[in-house]
Design a protein around this ligand. Sequence first.
Ligand SMILES: NC(=O)c1ccc[n+]([C@@H]2O[C@H](COP(=O)([O-])OP(=O)(O)OC[C@H]3O[C@@H](n4cnc5c(N)ncnc54)[C@H](O)[C@@H]3O)[C@@H](O)[C@H]2O)c1
Length: 262
Amino acid sequence: MNRFIAKTVLVTGGGRGIGRATCLRLAQEGAAVAVADLDLAPAQEVVREIAATGRTAVALEADVTKATSVEAMVRNAEKALGPLSVLVNNAAATSASTVEATGEADWDVEFDVTLRAAYLVMKSVIPGMAERGKGAIVAIGSVNGRVYVGNPAYSAAKAGLAMWVKAMAVEYGPQGIRTNMVSPGTIRTQNRSWTDRIARDPQIFEKLARWYPVGRVGNPEDIAAAVAFLASDEAGFVNGADLVVDGGLTAGMGPFVQEING
Ligand SMILES: NC(=O)c1ccc[n+]([C@@H]2O[C@H](COP(=O)([O-])OP(=O)(O)OC[C@H]3O[C@@H](n4cnc5c(N)ncnc54)[C@H](O)[C@@H]3O)[C@@H](O)[C@H]2O)c1
């Protein structure tokens, strides 16, 4: 598919995991991609991977929790690649595992990177997209924003993000900007919380597979495919949606159903 020919995309947290897979997918479909990350080295590596396929990409060092850094990120992305057609608000992180373990500082850090950053990044692309009367924004949410499966502050922030996406969809839909969310289940990445859990139990993904009706946890490419759909013109009538990509995890409680069925 070539749904992103002549389109320009900015992906936050594009250096690793879901962000990286999204950059590669959108570039593969023709997009010029700005790969923004707190860590420049992995973003540069993604740019090298994209360049090797003959597509255009630029690496940007940015901290999405800082307004000045966000403004510079958007300015530099547009300077390098031209006006942005698509924003993928992906960067986030979590480490506080329980309510008891969530200190005040953890709460602030998790809300900053998950929710406040989304506010900063989305607001910074609105003026340009509104002026052009066209744009697509995809936020990466989480099943954590829908049912409680650990990481309480992060989960509360993702639930807040879901409402922010709806607010954006309603207020900017009339100006040609569609805003949607993809809510992943467990995805095999090396983010902070999975790295900690894998250190405790190297088989964690295999163990969790039993909770997933499709019999496996997800891959970053599963999410990138959903992002690509929502960001594309094919999704022209999709605005304010939350596309759950979780192999059926939150559709019900599989192990419970097995238990009652004997
Ligand atoms: N992996 C999962 O199981 C899973 C499940 C549901 C939702 N998600 C969501 O998917 C998104 C990506 O997660 P991932 O697992 O790919 O994570 P990851 O840690 O593999 O990648 C995230 C990237 O974001 C960057 N980043 C972190 N803080 C940043 C900041 N302040 N400014 C700029 N960049 C920053 C990191 O450097 C990293 O490269 C997040 O929004 C996460 O909440 C992940």
